[in-house]
Design a protein around this ligand. Sequence first.
Ligand SMILES: *Cc1c(COP(=O)(O)O)cnc(C)c1O
Length: 402
Amino acid sequence: MASEKEKQISAAESYFYKTYNRYPVIFDHGEGVYLYDSEGKAYLDFGAGIAVNGLGYGDPEYTAAIQGQAGKLLHVSNLYYNEPSIAAAQKLLKASGMDRVFFTNSGTEAVEGALKVAKRYAFNKDGKGDHEIIAMRHSFHGRSLGSLSVTGNDHYQKPFMPLIPGIKFATFNDLFSVKQMVNDRTCAIILETIQGEGGIHPAEADFLEGVGTLCKEKGILLILDEIQCGMGRTGEMFAWQNYGVKPDVMTVAKALGNGLPIGAFLARGEAAQAMVPGDHGATYGGNPMVCAGADAVLSIFEKRNITEHVKKTTPYLEKALDEVVEIYEDVVERRGMGFMQGLEFSVPVAEVVTTALVQEGLVLISAGNTVIRFVPPLIIEEKHIDEMKEKLCSAIKGAGLK
Ligand SMILES: *Cc1c(COP(=O)(O)O)cnc(C)c1O
């Protein structure tokens, strides 16, 4: 006899488009940094719904804010103003030092908007329609066609050709390879401050500063995708704030809503003036419901000094992961910043991730074939890091690695 859970999973497999390989777990609720499945089993969460649930689960202040808004007003459209969006915009601009913001419903839409800003900005200057964008190999910017066009991954792109023209790919952390691709038509360079899906690769300071200088010299817009690495994850509000470089345009999403679907693109200076009424829109974008969530997140970040907590706790996490590198031959290297860390293995990690989840009750995410990514809720404490390390070691052994 199939269990209730097995029946539900097999129903799900017959309903949904087969675009995901899911683990055989049905999550039901969460509390703090733990998730609970439909059978009541607890899981320590070091994935945060792919770097989304920065405040963990069931935060009383956040929950009260969204519950209050849910009973008040969900949506009015952008034909009118709403207070939560004004409050969230003000806080996000202050935290980023940008001049203007556009709220989207997801990360990929934020990237689409940023690309449109770059094209519009260049068009405003010369009236031409031949502008190019430089992106990075092994990048990830989303699944819609514009974002996919700047995602440097053949596997994702190939079945959907032709994508938008005028995109060139340079090598991340190789300034010379970027310089080689610049010409009079280049309007923007887009990169993740820390490559996430590509395997947790932080930009090197020299590289990012070099790209920033190059952009300034040539009048090219620097677009930094902070969708995964932003919102406090590195111990600064945005990862670029760890470097001496400020983007012209940036994107944010994931942890901005702590689970409500919201993203944004922001810009400063001339780039913030590039678009005019009619150039861009989104029916839901910036609606009062999701903005009440984002506004609560931004308030809580400030009130509880979440970035300081991340900064303070990072050495403990790094030390724990470094010890795992020491212990196991198959674990090659740790990379990352703050609470965005990766462990590179010399073998595929799928088995470790599955064993951690199913046997140990530890939620981990891979980033490519051979990297385990650690993007926990930003509220984890040292005791959770100890628990994670113990479970991770058991999972590595359980998966038969050495
Ligand atoms: C997740 C992610 C995106 C896409 O965000 P969605 O909300 O899934 O559309 C874009 N860029 C980066 C760096 C991401 O990590």
